[in-house]
Design a binder for this molecule. Structure first.
Ligand SMILES: Nc1nc2c(ncn2[C@@H]2O[C@H](COP(=O)(O)OP(=O)(O)O)[C@@H](O)[C@H]2O)c(=O)[nH]1
Ligand SMILES: [Mg+2]
Length: 359
């Protein structure tokens, strides 16, 4: 399975073509020896092909169509999920103007709700959607508290699948699939609770899970480091494969880069949607008795690492893994089920009741 298929400049586009240094415009040598090994014929015949021009075409196309990226936040009530959604949108991703000391009232989240912002930067358009989920953990019995979230994630795969199997497909299928699910761990400083382990175990099978230590300002730096290590051990011991999944690293470059990230996960984050004046600059932060904790300052917390991973360095990889691994296993499972249930695959897939009973 190829989770991380990336197009690297000048590399694997056409494996046999090594004649990039040949000058454009030069006539291709025609005299291909008849005993040439198979595979060299095309190269000899075409000479310089100019395949790297495809990179410009891809860039222009992406700029024109833009791209969609969907994040979901999950975790117990009161851990700062809704605040984090606001932090993401108010931080340098797309700074919304707010007055000093401005505080937006965050109502308690009662149902799944999505906020979408279209961000245009240097001509590239990104539609960023963050889905906020109601917290859990308030009930005495938390059994099956993951059901609505798992259902939502699968419903988005189902929507995509239904568009994909249509005979006349849309040129671009709207993508509401969750590309990354940020899981908030309470800052207890102890081990992971069985509830969090079970929740993440289930989620990690269907979506890219990025765990974070919530409200990290309530822990000292030493406590954060210790807790982080315990969580890493706990996840490993329980076989929970969070993002970036080790078994999906394609090559040594990937391994090197992702190892650094894996060592830092879960990020110890602080959320805030209030701006303060610090040294003449407006910063997003939380006022505490020790001063202002700046959420965008890497010396204060790891929110910048989370944002960079999601929106900068790993955005395309999160999308690739969602499509090639998570969506793919959903698709295979659904088509297998339909084949067993119905004489024709499409007939099975299009049965509404069947879909609902499967979610
Ligand atoms: N100390 C601290 N408090 C936070 C942080 N993020 C949010 N809060 C506060 O925690 C409370 C619950 O936040 P909310 O975003 O509604 O949590 P949700 O239930 O997970 O959506 C609010 O009073 C927030 O101001 C944080 O990083 N640190
Ligand atoms: Mg909330």
């Amino acid at each position: 399975m190829h989770g991380r298929e990336k197009t690297k400049e000048g590399s694997s586009l056409v494996p046999g073509c090594t004649s990039m240094e040949e000058k454009p415009g030069q006539p291709a040598p025609e005299e291909t020896p008849s005993n040439a090994p198979p595979g060299t014929v095309g190269r000899e015949l075409f000479g310089y092909v100019g395949i790297e021009a495809v990179l410009d075409q891809m860039r222009i196309k992406t700029m024109k169509t833009g791209f969609e990226f969907n994040i979901m936040v999950v975790g117990q009530s009161g851990l700062g999920k809704s605040t984090m959604v606001n932090t993401l949108f108010k931080s340098k991703v797309s700074r919304k103007p707010t007055g000093p000391g401005y505080e937006e009232r965050i109502p308690q989240t009662m149902q799944l709700q999505s906020v979408t912002h279209v961000i245009v930067e240097k001509g590239v358009k990104m539609k960023l959607t963050v889905t906020d989920t109601p917290g859990f953990g308030d009930q005495i019995n938390n059994e099956n508290c993951w059901d609505p979230i798992v259902k939502y994630i699968k419903e988005q795969y189902e929507k995509y699948l239904r568009e994909e199997i249509l005979i006349s497909r849309k040129r671009k299928i709207p993508d509401t699939r969750v590309h990354s699910c940020v899981y908030f761990v309470p800052p207890t400083g102890h081990w992971l609770r069985p509830l969090d382990l079970e929740f993440m175990r289930r989620l990690s099978k269907i979506v890219n899970v990025v765990p974070v230590i919530a409200k990290a300002d309530t822990l000292t730096l030493e406590e954060r480091a210790e807790f982080k290590q315990r969580i890493q051990e706990d996840l490993k011991a329980h076989g929970i494969n969070v993002y970036p999944q080790e078994d999906l690293d394609d090559d040594s470059d990937d391994r090197l880069l992702n190892k650094k990230i894996r060592d830092k996960i879960p990020f110890a984050v602080v959320g805030a949607d209030t701006e303060h004046q610090v040294n003449g600059k407006r910063v997003l932060g939380r006022r505490t008795k020790w001063g202002i904790i700046e959420v965008e300052n890497p010396a204060h917390c790891e929110f910048p690492l989370l944002r960079d991973l999601l929106i900068r360095s790993h955005l395309q990889d999160l999308k690739d893994v969602t499509h090639n691994v998570h969506y793919e296993s959903y698709r295979v499972q659904r088509l297998n089920e339909s084949n067993q249930l119905a004489p024709s695959p499409a007939a099975g897939l299009l049965g509404k009741h069947e879909m609902e009973s499967n979610l």
